[in-house]
Ligand binder design. Structure first.
Ligand SMILES: Cc1ncc(COP(=O)(O)O)c(C=O)c1O
Length: 476
C-alpha cells in the first residue's frame, strides 16, 4: 500500500473493511469449530465496551496504571482458587496459552540452571502436548524427549519414567490435550516428577477454566490441578472456554521461588529501569480489563448455562459419529473437544466439502500409528447448529466417497522420493505441488485435501520444512 496523501473518509474506510471482512469465515455464524470462542451477543456487546475503555492503557508500568495491577491480582486470585492452589501460589496474566507456556518453560530452565542441575536441559513431552512446548524448546535452546501415548491416548507412564535422565528438568502433561480432548494421568505423572525431584507443568489452557464446572454436572473429573502434590505450574486460558476476548491467559506457579525466573529486569541501558514480568513489554490494558469484566458479567450461573448447551451438543455429535458406519470416534469425551476418523472415506475430502458449505472443521495429519482425523472444538456458538451440521456432514461424507483419492499423489510421487533423498529442495517441491494441483497458492488452504494427502505421507521434519517454505512464500 501507499500512504494516502490525505487520510480516507470514514465512508471509504467502512467500505474497505466491510470488503475485507467478507473474505473471512463468518465467526458469528456458529459454523467454525475452532479459533473463535464466542458466547452470547448480550455479553459480548458489554465486554467490548470495557475492552475499548481500557485499550489504550499500558500494562508496562503499573505505577501509572494501578488499576491494571489491581485487576491482575483479582484474576490471579480467582485462578488460584479455581485450580485449588494455596497461599503460596502465584502467577501472571499473559497474552495467551503460548505465552503462558513459554514462560513456564523458561522459568523451569532458569530455575534448574541456577541449581547447577545441568547445562543441557531436557523436557519430557507426550506426543499430544501442544506445539507451544516445541516452540519453547526451539526458542530456549532445550532438548525434547517425546513420549508415545497408550491406546487411551494418555501418555505412556513407563516410557515417560524410562526417559528421565540427569538432564531432565521438566515434565509436561495436558488437561486435556487439544486434538483428542483427553486428560493425561496427572496424579501418576506428578508422582514420577516428585520421585525424581523434577518440575511438572500441567497445560490446562483448554481445560483449566471448564473442568471444575463439569463436576457440577456430576461428571467425574480426575484431579489435574494444584490439589495434586507435585504439580509445580499450570497454564489456563480465559480466551477459550471462559469467553474472554483474545489475548487472555494465566501462568500459575506453586511458589514464587519458581516464578522469580520469569521476571525480566534491565537497568543496563541509559533509560528508565525496565521490569517485565511477562514477555510483552508495552501491552494493552484492554484484554485484562475485559477478562475481569467477562468473569464478573457471566458469573457461575451464566457459565453453567453455556456449558450445558455445549455438553448436549457434544453428546449429540458423539452419538452420531458412534452410530455412523463410515466414521470412528477416536476418544469418548466428557469435555467438548472431539476427534473422529474414517477407514472408508478420505477425511481430507470431507473437510473440503464442509468448507465449501461454509463450515470450518480441522484436519489432523496422521502421526506414527495415529490415523489422520478431523478435530472439533465445540463452543457455545456451535450449539444452535448441530442439526444442520450433521446434515451437511452426512452430505459431505457421501460426496467425499465419490471423489478420487491419491490422484494428485500419483503426480507428485516421484518428487516425494527426490525430496526424501534431498535431490530436490523443499522450495522446488512446493513449486511442483502448485503446478500439479492447478491452484493459486493462496487457495491451497480452502481446497486442501490434495496437499494434506501429501503432507500425510511425509515424515515430520519434511512436513515442517514444507510448511515453513509455504508460509515464507505467502507472507510478504
Ligand atoms: C491444550 C492447549 N495448550 C496451549 C494452547 C495454545 O494457546 P494459544 O493459542 O492461546 O497460544 C492451546 C491452543 O489451542 C491448547 O489447546
Amino acid at each position: 500500500m501507499e500512504l494516502p496523501k490525505v487520510g480516507l473518509s470514514n465512508k471509504e474506510l467502512k467500505k474497505l473493511f466491510y470488503e475485507l471482512d467478507q473474505e473471512d469465515q463468518n465467526w458469528e455464524s456458529g459454523k467454525l469449530f475452532s479459533y473463535v470462542f464466542s458466547s452470547k451477543k448480550k455479553y459480548r456487546n458489554f465486554i467490548e465496551k470495557i475492552l475499548l475503555q481500557f485499550y489504550h492503557k499500558s500494562g508496562l508500568d503499573f505505577t501509572v496504571f494501578p488499576s491494571l495491577l489491581k485487576i491482575e491480582k483479582e484474576i490471579i486470585d480467582f485462578a488460584i482458587q479455581h485450580l485449588q492452589g494455596n497461599q503460596e501460589c502465584c502467577g501472571n496474566f499473559t497474552s495467551g496459552g503460548t505465552e503462558s507456556i513459554l514462560l513456564a518453560v523458561k522459568s523451569a530452565r532458569d530455575y534448574s540452571l541456577i541449581r547447577n542441575k545441568t547445562n543441557s536441559p531436557e523436557i519430557i513431552l507426550p506426543i499430544t502436548a501442544h506445539p507451544a512446548f516445541h516452540k519453547a524448546v526451539q526458542y530456549f535452546g532445550l532438548k525434547k524427549r517425546l513420549i508415545p501415548v497408550d491406546k487411551n491416548l494418555q501418555v505412556n507412564l513407563k516410557e515417560l519414567e524410562n526417559s528421565i535422565n540427569q538432564n531432565t528438568i521438566l515434565i509436561v502433561g495436558s488437561a486435556p490435550s487439544y486434538t483428542y480432548g483427553v486428560i493425561d494421568p496427572i496424579p501418576e505423572m506428578a508422582k514420577i516428577a516428585k520421585k525424581y525431584n523434577l518440575l511438572f507443568h500441567v497445560d490446562a489452557c483448554m481445560g483449566g477454566f471448564l473442568l471444575p464446572f463439569l463436576k457440577k454436572f456430576n461428571i467425574s473429573i480426575p484431579d489435574f490441578d494444584f490439589s495434586v502434590d507435585g504439580v509445580t505450574s499450570i497454564s489456563m486460558d480465559f480466551h477459550k472456554y471462559a469467553y474472554a476476548p483474545k489475548g487472555s491467559s494465566v501462568v500459575l506457579y506453586k511458589n514464587k521461588e519458581i516464578r522469580k525466573f520469569q521476571i525480566f529486569s534491565c537497568a543496563d541501558w541509559v533509560g528508565y529501569t525496565m521490569i517485565n514480568p511477562t514477555i510483552q513489554s508495552t501491552k494493552s490494558g484492554g484484554p485484562i480489563a475485559a477478562t475481569y469484566c467477562t468473569l464478573l458479567l457471566i458469573g457461575e450461573k451464566g457459565y453453567l448455562n453455556l456449558i450445558k448447551k455445549k455438553l448436549n451438543a457434544l453428546k449429540e455429535i458423539q452419538n452420531y459419529i458412534k452410530k455412523h458406519k463410515d466414521l470412528e470416534l477416536i476418544a469418548e469425551n466428557t469435555f467438548p473437544l472431539l476427534a473422529f476418523t474414517s477407514h472408508t472415506v478420505n477425511i481430507f475430502h470431507i473437510v473440503d466439502e464442509m468448507n465449501s458449505k461454509g463450515w470450518y472443521i480441522q484436519p489432523v495429519l496422521s502421526y506414527g500409528e495415529l490415523k489422520e482425523a478431523i478435530h472439533l472444538t465445540i463452543t457455545y456458538s456451535n450449539t444452535k447448529n448441530v442439526d444442520i451440521f450433521l446434515k451437511d456432514l452426512e452430505a459431505s461424507i457421501e460426496t467425499a466417497k465419490s471423489l478420487p483419492s491419491n490422484l494428485f499423489y500419483n503426480k507428485i510421487k516421484p518428487y516425494i522420493e527426490k525430496l526424501k533423498n534431498h535431490q530436490i529442495s523443499t522450495k522446488d517441491f512446493l513449486q511442483k505441488i502448485i503446478e500439479s494441483v492447478n491452484l493459486r497458492i493462496e487457495d491451497l488452504s480452502r481446497r486442501s485435501a490434495s496437499i494434506n494427502e501429501v503432507l500425510n505421507l511425509l515424515p515430520v521434519n519434511l512436513r515442517e520444512e514444507l510448511l515453513t517454505e509455504y508460509v515464507n512464500i505467502i507472507l510478504k
